[in-house]
Design a protein around this ligand. Sequence first.
Ligand code: SF4
Length: 211
Amino acid sequence: MKHEPKQIIMREKLERLASRLEANNFGVTITETAEEAVEFIKHQIPSGASVGVGGSVTLDELGLIDWLRDNPDLKFIDRYRTDDRKKAFHDALLAEVFLMSTNAVTMDGFLYNIDGTGNRLAALIYGPDKVYVIAGANKIVKDLEEAKTRVEQIAAPANCVRLNKDNPCVKMGECMHCNHESTICNQYAVTRRSGEKGRIHIILVNEELGY
Ligand code: SF4
């Protein structure tokens, strides 16, 4: 496959980031394309496993939600098609595998995420045996300061639009640090390292994914 100069440069950056993440006890896989990332995930999930997911544009874009839903060998905890979403969130905390994206990955090797309900962060922090985090190249930032800026200027406002939340960022185009009941920014979490080696496995994709 012929790579564009931008991809070649980004690959170098991804390799450096992978070393930092591995030093922080995370498992890491780099893929050139989203398709490779999807294939990797599909081969990692053992037959019969229970699988939960965090709300994620990336997982949807990659077709992973449909794949999980249609896979009779897996016990997919479908948070999108249930009358009891709270139960689905609780069940996902006991899942063998949890899939999610991240709001940002810093070049220091940290994950930075915000959450409204907190179910996604809860599962990242504790519960599922294995957590796979898919991160497109657009999620990579220099440090935590830049991660916060990225979330306030891009990720959170865009997610408010996606979720039809009438929060100030939707009108203003950036975070207004609101205190609305409908805010999606109740929890901020930095994951500095994977406590159990490799429990959190990050797939760095050399393409833009989600926001
Ligand atoms: S705190 Fe409020 S204004 Fe800021 S991004 Fe979150 S929902 Fe939007």
